[in-house]
Design a protein around this ligand. Sequence first.
Ligand code: ZN
Length: 85
Amino acid sequence: MTCGEVQPFIEDYADNSLDEHRKEQLKEHIDICPDCRGDFDSSVQLKALLKAFATEEPKCDYFEKATALIIAKISGDSHQSKEAH
Ligand SMILES: [Zn+2]
């Protein structure tokens, strides 16, 4: 594989969401190509960081607050349209 063929799959490879055959091809290339290995490493690190951030502080009340705001807006709008009649 060439770098151009490898690049589109690096994200998926970092996600470990490739099939075995493709994974082998990627691994072979990354073993011999420092450029693609660098991209792969930073993808893995970025994903690990995002995962750490996502699990660090679960904002459970976010959806409740958002839903309350939406309901308030909808009921406010329907109230206004009733008054317009
Ligand atoms: Zn490469």
